[in-house]
Design a protein around this ligand. Structure first.
Ligand code: IMP
Ligand code: MG
Length: 180
């Protein structure tokens, strides 16, 4: 348990656990389509995971190009929910092996949108790496090719993920359990 700015935060996945898992994920990714690899980090939540994962890829000899795309969900009802492209990548995708990196796969809407966009642009392969998989929240038929951990159905913060723009800087993934 950590106390951060007056909140009790329970650790779900520690810094060490995440670091170990990232090395395993990198080895799995290297076995897949990874020639001329274009990594696309989906902002904002994935920036810490992506930073660590690309360095784990480097350690085993891969040299991906790294890009960033900002996607945002809109709508709160079940009918109107969608995904909006806020900031696009600059690189050409046609013929490339693309690896999309996100923090959490939940409903699947964000990553389905990103994957379809890359396929429309002619990517040779599109694979998906996520740190956390909230499997029982899925609303789209979509699975990650590489998933760090199964995540319980709780709202998590840290390691890039926020609640109301806070707690992205925590070096672990945790859950706020109350006021300290
Ligand atoms: P979905 O798969 O399109 O439903 O959305 C997944 C996105 O929702 C992730 O990329 C996160 O940005 C956000 N998200 C889902 N669950 C959490 C959470 O527990 N904490 C922080 N962000 C979350
Ligand atoms: Mg996100």
């Amino acid at each position: 348990m950590h106390v951060v700015r007056g909140k009790n935060i329970e650790v779900l996945f520690s810094t060490e656990e995440i670091a170990r898992r990232n090395e395993e994920l990198a080895l799995e990714i290297a076995k897949g389509p990874a020639e001329d690899l274009l990594v696309i980090a989906i902002l904002k939540g994935s920036f810490v995971f992506a930073a660590d994962l690309i360095r784990a890829l480097h350690k085993i000899g891969l040299a991906p190009e790294v890009e960033f795309m900002t996607l945002s969900s809109y709508g709160t009802g079940t009918v109107s929910r969608g995904v909006r492209l806020v900031k696009d990548i600059d690189s050409v995708v046609e013929g490339r092996d693309v690896l999309l990196i996100d923090d959490i796969l939940e409903s699947g809407r964000t990553l389905r949108f990103a994957r379809n966009l890359m396929l429309e642009r002619g990517a040779a392969n599109v694979s998906i790496a996520v740190l956390l998989d909230k499997q029982n929240k899925r609303e789209e038929v979509l699975e990650a090719d590489y998933a760090g951990f199964h995540c319980p159905d709780r709202f998590v913060v840290g390691y890039g993920m926020d609640v109301a723009y806070a707690f992205r800087e925590l070096p672990f993934v945790g859950v706020i359990t109350g006021d300290a």
